[in-house]
Design a protein around this ligand. Sequence first.
Ligand code: ADP
Ligand code: MG
Length: 582
Amino acid sequence: MLHSLEKMLRNLDGKSYKMYKQIEGSYEEEWFQLHIDYVQGDPFAAPTRIRWVIPKSFVAFEEEWVGTKARKIAFVDYMTRQLASELVRISGRHSQQSSGKPDSHHGLTKGTGNSGLAMMDTPGQEMLERSSIAILKHHLDIRMTIGLPAAGRRILGLNAIQMLCNQLPLALKKIGASLDHASLQAQLMLADQQEDIRTFLRTNGYIAFVANGSILPRESGISNRPMHASQAVAFQSPASMEIEIPVRHRSAPIAGMGIRRGVTVIAGGGFHGKSTLLRSLERGVYPHIAVDGREFVITDTDAVKIRAEDGRSIERVNIQPFINHLPFGQDTTAFTTENASGSTSQAANIIEALEMGAKAILIDEDTSATNFMIRDQRMQALVHKEREPITPYMDHVRQLYEKQDVSTVIVTGGSGDYLEVSDQVIVMDAYVPQDATLQAREIVQSYPSHRSSDLEHEIDLMTSSRKLDSRSLMIPGSKQKVEAKNQTTIQYGRSWIDLAFLEQLLETSQTRAIAYALLWLQKQRKKNQSVSEAIDAVYTQIEERGLEAISPYYGAHPGDLAMPRRFEIAGALNRYRLLRMQ
Ligand code: ADP
Ligand code: MG
């Protein structure tokens, strides 16, 4: 296969690595095209980017596989997983075949730098829209990165032939020929069902659903995979909160706990599973794969986790509803700081989320500033309102729902004041949720709180739209380096944007897309745009030309992006320390 490429590689064998550049270009085979879009400069540099364009008929493609957006995402997800695991297998075998250490004198190894590796952008537990495979009219465009084989800085041409002209085409052939239609169909049907649940929730006044039998806890604090079924207590809805949702492809509806719009308190003793439930709700904004345990945990896509984040910068955010009368008369309607406190950061996080159109706020007291959450009666008596800049969330939560239709789910083990403002109360008891709404109402009546509301300024979404000064996104100097260093860090010119506290950001591929979105915004340099309009423009662009439209590699190899939500793009923008508003 690929005779012209093979010939070139044979000639390059043993030569300097830099000469690999010659193989950049496109190669035709009978049943596919190979595009070598970018060749790395040395074995330690960013890997070589290639694409395989294969006819859809090769996988006996049916258009109904991609008939809806959800299906399209699920299909690309499925194919990417299959290919990625085949590549892991190949790369593994590859390195077993090579003997000796990297840089050994004999030149027998392929171990230098990333050489010999072939990769695809591999999904985790969630099914995200990604650019790993593009679905064209008659073809699939499959994006890989490879490390071109080297010994030291010498080209291993024969190994490159083995990889590019044999192993990888064969892998594609194998996937094409042995595509497991049943398991692909299962994933597509799951996507349909998840979509059905989402639609049901939206049209029936719910913000979240947790199916009975779901496995919420994870294997460990650093793993997103499910806890082993033998240890985990499967989720079971309290009878009073149980709803049944009819979905496609099965006769029986799916039963589970429905969380209504409004204010929901999740209470319960320490270690009884409150945070685990909330974390599942946070992740439920994305669809999960079948074996995840949370595949039928579905949350409104516009639900945003809010936490304290001291140290972050804030640029002209109207946090007056939460923070007013600062000691030295500092204005809080356009609050700016390089170093926010726990409570100011949490206030800014909420206002910014609302600015982007959040429909639900998810809060865990574990990661909140106490003074932002509550101010009890005794503290009100001790510290008079004029002396306390903070209006706690407690005093906004009802009005936020009733006037702005923004729901809240709040985890609290310590503060009973929230019982008073809640619509429903769930108590976690040894990982089993109980409906404690009526009990909570009785308690509120028997133990009346004499606390008065601190509310002065209601949150008004109309007054909080800031105008972006897009010049502040310009990167000084000639080198416009914009890059996702890892999932939580973007290098933007000479600045670093820290995303560690965006808890609903899942993958480096999303972070990459966010980095490119910022770069794209910078190039637009539009005037008079609110932050929300600017982010809208990014999505309009993506809708028109695909996720890869924002990639600097557009048209060549933008294969390593996953779709971020608008909240996370705005989250990065808002954390850029040189950001300015008009
Ligand atoms: P809380 O927030 O109420 O203090 P967590 O949600 O942090 O409790 O859970 C405490 C521990 O229990 C965690 O280690 C978690 O993995 C585990 N856990 C949570 N839910 C379950 C469950 N359904 N089955 C088994 N273990 C669970
Ligand atoms: Mg907790």
